[in-house]
Structures are given as structure tokens and as C-alpha cells.
Ligand binder design. Structure first.
Ligand code: NAP
Length: 259
């Protein structure tokens, strides 16, 4: 019962697989789209920036662009149904994300809501559209890109951190419900990756990796059938240990790091 069987069916062969990446106009999603394309997957890329998506698909003949705003449920439903009418989706990945540093002295409800709309509710809309189809056929894999910021609270992440905590929690619940139905579920917890999102950070990011390295780590995680795909390990393992500390020690450490 407690053997080391993979938590998900490993995905190693990509030819003939149809993948929909939401949030693929830049950063991790874009790098993942390119890596999957090189492996022979049939890739559909979505995000709001239609021009960036067009440039991506023009450089990768056969890749398809489907611009949308993930926070618009009717646009997401229409896109999912259009895609499914052309053939079944094997893997759906939610890479869309929004991050603005926030502390209590800059509390801003509109900004808080925007984080929830993009980081969590957009994924709800995608799930509502694709999950019934995957459940009906007992096949498919759902993956969301969360963050190590969801493990425990970090400085300046009052808006972003709780959304990633919720997203990681949601993926655990989905695994419990969907894995017995034949559907793979995985969550990605990156450390720092050099993308437009982190370009706004005004501090030295430890263990920073490139989007291509992130994409390769995600592919390795899917190939091993992992549930949580976290990287780079030298950073994420350290944060996992921190998240086991008693609160007194954890908060003391955060105070020191925050100076
Ligand atoms: N970079 C890191 O260090 C890091 C660390 C941990 C987790 N992550 C997570 O990794 C994911 C990818 O982030 P990234 O670093 O690659 O940043 P990024 O380059 O800014 O990518 C974010 C993507 O989300 C899309 N997006 C944003 N709002 C959207 C919306 N309303 N509808 C559809 N797409 C939307 C953006 O495209 P459009 O603007 O064209 O819509 C873009 O393609 C995010 O979930 C982020 O939280 C990143």
C-alpha cells in the first residue's frame, strides 16, 4: 500500500498528445510550450497578449494560438469547447499568474482581488470547462503552476502568497477526487525563475533559474509521475524544512530576512 508507485501516470511520450497551456505568452508558460513542441506534442497556447502568442506560433508551425482572458468565464468555456470539438485534450496546464508585492502599509483591496481573479478563479473557469470532459472519458491530466510562496507566509506577499496557498490546496483536493477517476493531477512549485514577473523584484533572488530550466524540471516531474513538482531543489528543499519550523522560530527568521 505504501510502495513507491508514481502518484500519477508518468508522461514520457509527447507525440500525439494535445496540450493546452493557459498563460503561455511569456515566462514559464512560453518556455514550456516550446519544450513540449520540440518533443512533438500538439500545443495550444492562450493568454491575453495576442501579438506575443502570434509570434510564438509563427516561430513554431503547427502550434496554435487561442488568445483569451482567463478571468472571463464565458471566453474560457468557449475556448475549451472549441478545442475539444477539434480533438481531445490530454493535458491542461494553468501557468497564468499575477504578482505585485504588497505589505500592510500598501493594503489595496482591488489589487488583492486581482490576484485572486488571475491566480485562482481563472483556473476554476478552466477546470469547470475541461474537467467534466476528462471525467467522462477517464483520461487526462490537470496541472497548475503554484509557488513556494504558498508554503508559508513570506515578506511582501500579502496579496500573492494566499492565492498560491489556496491553489496548492485546491490541487491536493483535486488529486484526491480525480486520481481514482483516471485523471492525473499535478502542482508545480517553482522557486525564483527569471521572467517578466520577477523582473520587478528589487532584491537578489536566491537560486534563480531560467524559464527553460523550469520547463525541463516540469517535464522531468511529469515523466516521474510526481504530484508536486518543485525546483530548484537546493532552494525548495530549504523552504520545505523552514515550513516545518515552530512558528516562533519561523517568524524570527522571517524578521531577520526582511531587514
Ligand atoms: N517567475 C517565478 O519566479 C515564479 C515563481 C513561482 C511561481 N511562479 C508562477 O509561475 C506562473 C508563470 O509566471 P511567470 O514567472 O512565467 O510570469 P510571466 O512571464 O509574467 O507569465 C505570466 C503569464 O500569465 C498570463 N496571464 C496573466 N494574466 C492573465 C489572464 N487574465 N488571462 C490569461 N493569461 C494571463 C500572462 O500573459 P498575458 O499578460 O498575455 O495575459 C503570461 O503569459 C505564475 O503562476 C507565477 O505565479 C513564478
Amino acid at each position: 500500500m505504501w510502495g513507491l508507485a508514481p502518484l500519477n501516470p508518468p508522461i514520457t511520450h509527447w507525440a500525439e498528445r494535445r496540450v493546452w497551456l493557459v498563460g503561455a505568452s511569456s515566462g514559464i508558460g512560453e518556455a514550456l510550450a516550446k519544450a513540449l513542441y520540440r518533443l512533438g506534442a500538439s500545443v495550444v497556447v492562450s493568454a491575453r497578449n495576442a501579438e506575443a502568442l502570434q509570434a510564438l506560433t509563427e516561430a513554431h508551425p503547427g502550434m496554435t494560438s487561442l488568445p483569451l482572458d482567463a478571468t472571463d468565464p464565458s471566453a474560457v468555456t468557449a475556448a475549451a469547447h472549441a478545442l475539444e470539438s477539434q480533438g481531445r485534450l490530454d493535458l491542461v496546464v494553468y501557468c497564468a499568474g499575477y504578482y505585485k508585492p504588497m505589505r500592510v502599509d500598501a493594503w489595496h483591496t482591488d489589487e488583492l482581488e486581482r490576484h485572486w481573479r488571475v491566480n485562482v478563479q481563472g483556473w476554476w473557469h478552466v477546470l469547470a470547462a475541461v474537467m467534466p470532459l476528462m471525467r467522462a472519458r477517464g483520461h487526462g491530466h490537470l496541472c497548475a503552476v503554484s509557488s513556494v510562496a504558498g508554503y508559508r507566509a513570506l515578506p511582501k506577499a500579502l496579496a500573492y502568497g494566499p492565492t498560491k496557498s489556496a491553489l496548492s490546496h485546491l490541487m491536493q483536493g483535486l488529486y484526491i477526487d480525480l486520481r481514482p477517476a483516471g485523471i492525473g493531477v499535478s502542482v508545480v512549485s517553482p522557486g525564483f525563475v527569471s521572467t517578466p514577473m520577477t523582473a520587478q523584484n528589487d532584491f537578489q533572488m536566491p537560486a534563480l533559474i531560467s524559464p527553460d530550466e523550469a520547463a525541463q524540471a516540469i517535464l522531468r516531474g511529469w515523466a516521474k509521475g510526481e504530484f508536486e513538482i518543485h525546483f530548484p531543489k537546493r532552494f525548495t528543499r530549504f523552504l520545505k524544512v523552514l515550513s516545518l519550523l515552530p512558528w516562533r522560530w519561523y517568524f524570527a527568521l522571517m524578521r531577520r530576512l526582511d531587514q
